[in-house]
Design a protein around this ligand. Structure first.
Ligand SMILES: [Zn+2]
Ligand SMILES: [Zn+2]
Length: 669
């Protein structure tokens, strides 16, 4: 017989090979391809030989497919929707290193994974799983909405921070389990939501599997096998867990659905949230998208009745939302006669917390000591030699680092351009913040959480555990501290440099800022004492800050919608980004022009094309990047154009890695 094979390469077309035996769709094979051997997936078969020379497959890797039919269908959808080669999508759906012989060995997985930290440091600082609390009326309503779903439906669970969404997820999972149905829970990053993972493991001992990128290859295979064998009907995992081989799927939860980490930024570029909704549809299951600050896309879907909107408007135990205050840093500058890091209001607040033995968190979304080094005489800045970004100064190691490629160099005392010694540190990072706080409050115990101090998951847990136990008074950190943690003694949250994300050349800048501010504000006042939030800004009148004070998402959505509609941006327009790359700047520009001309030749009148233009980050790791954006009122029209572009790129042998198609892009940098 003859089989159609999707090879694991950035190629959209399939190839025909001769097979000795009957092979099902989804079976993995090794095939000869352009003088080498490569893995591929059988996606169909035929009895008649096509009119060309056909090679036999080299070897069958898995004669019975490891991909369940539902996952295979899901992969086909991803390949089509995201204009991504099917072979690459199918490969991404399986854990690396797995093969059918693992299943042949009795279908047994390994032992259940022990939750991440309990083996490392015992139960110290670990929040206990809450007893099954009496549900608030909001929680009961949400649970009823999920319970009563028959067939496929998507629910946007829009709950203010601290409204107890996790308990709703656990109860719903319990119900589905009792009906012999499995549950899949997606989280943005496992390390950032350790509590959710632990609570589920505690509530459903032995029945929970965990899938994320920090597992070893072996652990990942073992967890996958436990799921495949039906031993773990509840799966918690990050992005790629959307492919978990669960059977009888009843419920998919996407927690913090607005998070950008759900989008995979390499081939295949799928969005795990939207893929999860499609998987629920294929399985006729309930999809629940949870967030305190839904994405514009999901809220738009709820508004247009594609999703059901279920709101949780009260915090558990009727705790009040924190009081948010915006500080105008221009006034602080005028009063102090110089640039200051901390406003008077924040300093007073911190002193009061130390006095009362309460806790505070300070968020600054930039690591390192100084954003860049500037020569005050000639304006020289130290730039990365491989990327078009300034190097960040890290004082502990006394090095200038590139946050994109990792390049490290020693700072110089004198300017390499004009030899002056007026080298100035500009823009503070978390390392500087920690140092300054130690100077101001020498007796305070200060902790810091960012990618520099958190090399391992256990570092993260150690600091957070210490904070939870009251061993730390002030916790300084990047957005890593903004996520779902529950610290009842935190009554003050300060946000420094809140303007920075608004300056990003990205149409989602305001949305991201609003989300971050709301999330971090939600960390305050989760215990008995009411919370306070101080946001420092140089543009306090910007609508994002004004609406962050009220924390009323609907108002923000209405305001932001006007801008998106006016500028033809999602969720009111279908958007795709095309990134053209080359190590040579002239070749990158020429190829971008060629792609632009091609798109122009195949576009319909209703489609807008922006660019080509150099990307905001024009160079990363010595690769030059040019960008085009395609906006279309009709998704089908956009799709049609992208497929033509894909065919053009393959026909011209330009290479799928030099012209990158990104459907529904989340980052335009
Ligand atoms: Zn200089
Ligand atoms: Zn670099």
């Amino acid at each position: 017989m003859y089989v159609d094979v999707a090879v694991c390469l950035p190629l959209s077309r399939t190839f025909v090979y001769k097979a000795e035996e009957q092979l099902e769709s989804g079976s993995r094979v090794l095939v000869p391809f352009r003088k080498r051997e490569i893995e591929g997936f059988v996606i169909g078969s035929r009895n008649e030989a096509p009119d060309i020379e056909i090679h036999p497959i080299t070897r069958v890797i898995d004669s019975s497919p490891l991909l369940r039919p539902e996952i295979f269908e899901l992969c086909r959808w991803i390949s089509k929707y995201y204009v991504s080669p099917l072979g690459e999508v199918l490969k991404a759906a399986l854990p690396p290193g797995i093969s059918a012989r693992h299943i042949g060995r009795g279908g047994q997985g390994g032992r259940p994974l022990v939750p991440l930290h309990s083996g490392v440091q015992g139960t110290r600082g670990r929040p206990p799983c809450p007893p099954r609390p009496v549900l608030t009326s909001d929680q009961s309503r949400a649970l009823d909405a999920i319970r009563t779903v028959t067939g496929f439906q998507t629910i946007l669970l829009h709950g203010v921070t601290g409204s107890g969404k996790t308990e709703v997820y656990m109860r719903a999972a319990e119900d589905f389990l009792a009906a012999d149905k499995s549950t899949l829970i997606l989280v943005p990053e496992i390390g950032l939501t350790p509590q959710l993972t632990e609570w589920f493991s505690d509530r459903f001992p032995g029945k929970t599997a965990i899938l994320h990128s920090s597992l070893t290859k072996r652990q990942r295979i073992d967890e996958w096998l436990r799921i495949y064998a039906g031993e773990a009907p509840i799966v918690i995992g990050t992005r790629s867990a959307v492919f978990a081989p669960l059977e009888n799927l009843g419920l998919i939860v996407v927690d913090e659905e607005h998070e950008t980490s759900y989008k995979q930024e390499e081939i295949p570029r799928y969005h795990a949230r939207d893929t999860a909704v499609m998987r629920a549809k294929l399985a006729q299951a309930a999809a629940v998208l949870g967030s305190a600050t839904p994405s514009m896309e999901s809220f738009h879907n709820a508004e247009s009745d594609k999703y059901r909107h279920v709101a949780l408007t009260t915090r558990v135990e009727d705790r009040a939302l924190p009081n948010v205050e915006i500080i105008n840093m221009r006034e602080e500058y005028a009063a102090a006669g110089k640039q200051v890091i901390f406003s008077q209001r924040l300093l007073q607040g911190l002193a009061a917390r130390l006095e009362r033995r309460e806790q505070a968190m300070i968020l600054l979304n930039r690591r390192g000591y100084a954003a860049f080094l500037l020569c005050r005489r000639c304006g020289f800045t130290f730039q990365c030699s491989s990327c078009s970004v300034a190097l960040t100064y890290h004082r502990t190691i006394d090095k200038l680092l590139c946050h994109y490629c990792g390049l490290a160099r020693r700072p110089q005392a004198r300017c390499p351009e004009c030899d002056s010694e007026y080298i100035h540190y500009v823009g503070e990072g978390t390392e500087r913040l920690e140092a300054e706080l130690m100077k101001i409050y020498p007796d305070a115990r200060i902790g810091r959480v960012d990618r520099d101090t958190m090399r391992h998951m256990r570092d993260f847990e150690r600091v957070l555990g210490g904070f939870r136990n009251g061993d730390i008074d002030i916790l300084v950190g990047t957005q890593m501290i903004a996520k779902g943690h529950d610290f009842p003694r935190v009554t003050l949250v300060g946000v420094i440099g809140a303007d920075a994300p608004l300056a990003m050349p990205d149409f989602r800048a305001a949305e991201r800022t609003f989300q971050l501010l709301t999330q971090v504000a939600g960390r305050s006042g989760r215990g008995r004492e009411p919370g306070e939030v101080v946001i420092q800004s140089y543009f306090p009148d910007h609508y994002t800050f004004q609406l962050a004070v009220t924390q009323r998402f609907e108002d923000f959505y209405a305001r932001e919608s006007r801008y998106r509609k006016g500028m033809f941006y999602p969720p009111f327009t279908a958007l795709a980004g095309i990134m053209v790359t080359d190590r040579d700047p002239a070749r990158a520009a020429a190829l971008a022009r060629e792609v632009g001309e091609f798109l122009d030749s195949v576009r319909s009148k209703t489609v807008r094309i922006l660019g080509p233009a150099p990307a905001p980050l024009e160079r990363i790791k010595k690769v030059h990047r040019h960008q085009l954006l395609i906006k279309s009122a009709s998704r089908a029209t956009l799709h049609h154009m992208l497929e033509k572009l894909q065919a053009y790129v393959e026909e011209k042998k330009i290479g799928g890695t030099r012209v990158i198609i990104d459907v529904d892009p989340v980052s335009l940098l």
